[in-house]
Design a binder for this molecule. Structure first.
Ligand code: 5AD
Ligand code: SF4
Length: 476
């Protein structure tokens, strides 16, 4: 082992203490000597996982572009390959290991290619050990708290021709001023806070992304001002649990206040993700109901419809608490659409407990549900529980759940036929370039033949027909 390496330590990552609530704030600067090192060189970036990772990748892109690198869509041709990975479930990790395996072949013919692996997976001890032992094609291993150090890590690997490992287990400063190269010209992600202190017993995120740290409201609002000036049409406020915004700052300014302040800016659409039902206040529901540009679409993870399972998941609400928030949202926000997350096959989940989840799903009739099979994650409390639901039972529960989800989604989509809705247009659809696609205020995907040059614009579309996951429309 190299003595300069900074290896991950999940025990340390787990610790939270009061005197560490004071988070230092720093301004990112790129050292002068790094500005031209990417001249005539290319980088390929692949992102796995959630919006937090998508947003981190926009920072990684920004940093590489500041170093004069050009982005390349072909992994085979790039000088630097970067994987920004996700650790949420085992199958997400397996995909990454497969892709890292493919780079070995590339490096056989082009040994100078630099492979950098970062993100949530590299915060895990077992992943880093496996990479160090078996995947010699990996040149740089960096963590979620080390993105601002990419220029230095790259240089170290490139010029010294040595492996570099830098994974801080404890979150450091909140960096402002990080460069960003956004993937979309009309929709932007805006981080409002980092980390998570909820410690649901199945979840690795509090370990991989550290303690909750809020950005200062002035920094967030000035980023939104910039986006407004650049003509962005939609911002999504991002955090692992946005409802906890501001708690660490000890200010009398919570997420509801922040959402309202953002919505008062001249931006047509404001969204946020993700919310935990625990901190979902009446004040927040009031802001969502009051502000016309806060979109009537809320993702509110439920995880299970059984109180005992919710308890061992460490969710700290009952299904009755969940339904109270759900009912308030439905009654106070006109035409609201709701989506949720469900985990099936949590340790000890019985058929009767799973049936309660199905009953709640039938009751709530969500517009969309993201359903997952439970996957044990290193060093989480649930990983030491006996994972006693067989894989075939888990698969069967997932299939039965997905059937219901599809029925409700189709029902909501069919109810939109004949209505005229506003759509923020992304551009040509993936399958047919004559057809444009975009999203309604309630986050439903619409395909239509454009009659104007409307990419990045909000247009009116009449819904003609509905499928389970898409709507077809006509521009009016
Ligand atoms: N196994 C399966 N699903 C998980 N999720 C989080 N951790 C796990 C796990 N260990 C799901 C939850 C969460 C979503 C982002 O991923 O439903 O809300
Ligand atoms: Fe995956 Fe969670 Fe990390 Fe997002 S925060 S990349 S979902 S492990």
């Amino acid at each position: 082992m190299n003595k300069d390496w900074n290896l991950p330590n999940l025990k340390m990552a787990q610790k939270r203490s009061i005197d560490e609530t004071l988070i230092e704030r720093s301004l990112f600067e790129i050292p002068e000597q790094y500005i031209n090192i990417g001249q005539d060189k290319t980088y390929y970036l692949r992102t796995y996982g959630c919006q937090a990772n998508e947003r981190d990748s926009e920072t990684i892109k920004g940093i590489f572009e500041k170093m004069s690198f050009t982005q390349c869509d072909e992994m085979n041709e790039a000088d630097v390959i970067i994987f920004n990975t996700c650790a949420i479930r085992e199958n997400a990790e397996n995909k990454v290991f497969g892709e890292i395996g493919n780079v070995k072949v590339i490096k056989q013919t082009r040994p100078d290619v630099v492979l950098m692996v970062g993100g949530c997976m590299t915060q895990e001890e077992n992943v880093v050990n496996r990479l160090l032992k078996t995947y010699h094609q990996v040149d740089v291993i960096f963590g979620t708290h080390n993105i601002h150090r990419l220029p230095q890590l790259l240089i170290q690997a490139y010029f010294n021709k040595e492996r570099v490992v830098e994974v801080f287990s404890k979150e450091g400063e909140v960096y402002e001023n990080l460069p960003v190269s956004r993937n979309n010209k009309s929709k932007a992600w805006v981080n409002i806070m980092y980390g998570c202190d909820k410690f649901c017993t199945y979840c690795i995120v509090p370990y991989t992304r550290g303690k909750e740290r809020s950005r200062l409201k002035e920094d967030i609002l000035s980023e939104v001002d910039d986006l407004v000036n650049q003509g962005f049409k939609e911002v999504t406020l991002l955090g692992q649990n946005v409802n906890a915004y501001g708690k660490d700052l000890n200010l009398d300014f919570d997420f509801a206040d922040l959402l309202e302040s953002v919505a008062l800016k001249d931006i047509p659409r404001v969204r946020f993700m993700t919310s935990h039902p625990w901190d979902f206040t009446d004040k927040l529901i009031g802001v969502i109901a009051k502000m016309p540009n806060v979109m009537p679409f809320i993702h509110l993870p439920l995880q299970s419809g059984n109180n005992e399972i919710l308890k061992i998941m460490g969710r700290r609400y009952t299904k009755e608490d969940y339904l109270t928030i759900f009912d308030k949202l439905r009654s106070q926000v006109p035409n609201i659409a709701l989506s949720t997350d469900i985990i099936v096959g949590f340790p000890n989940e019985s058929e009767a407990q799973f049936q309660e989840t199905l009953e709640l799903i039938d009751h709530c009739q969500f517009d969309n549900v993201y359903s997952f099979i439970y996957s044990a994650r290193e060093k989480t409390p649930a990983a030491s529980m006996v994972d006693n639901v067989s894989l075939s039972e888990k698969n069967d529960r997932l299939q039965r759940l997905n059937k219901r989800i599809g029925v409700h989604a189709l029902m909501h989509n069919q109810a939109m036929v004949g209505k005229t809705v506003s759509v923020l247009v992304d551009g040509p659809s993936k399958k047919n370039s004559d057809v444009y696609s975009g999203y309604t205020e309630t986050n439903k995907l619409v395909n239509f033949k454009p009659t104007t040059d409307c990419i990045g614009e909000i247009v009116l579309v009449e819904i003609i027909s509905a499928k389970t996951w898409t709507l077809q429309g006509k521009q009016v």
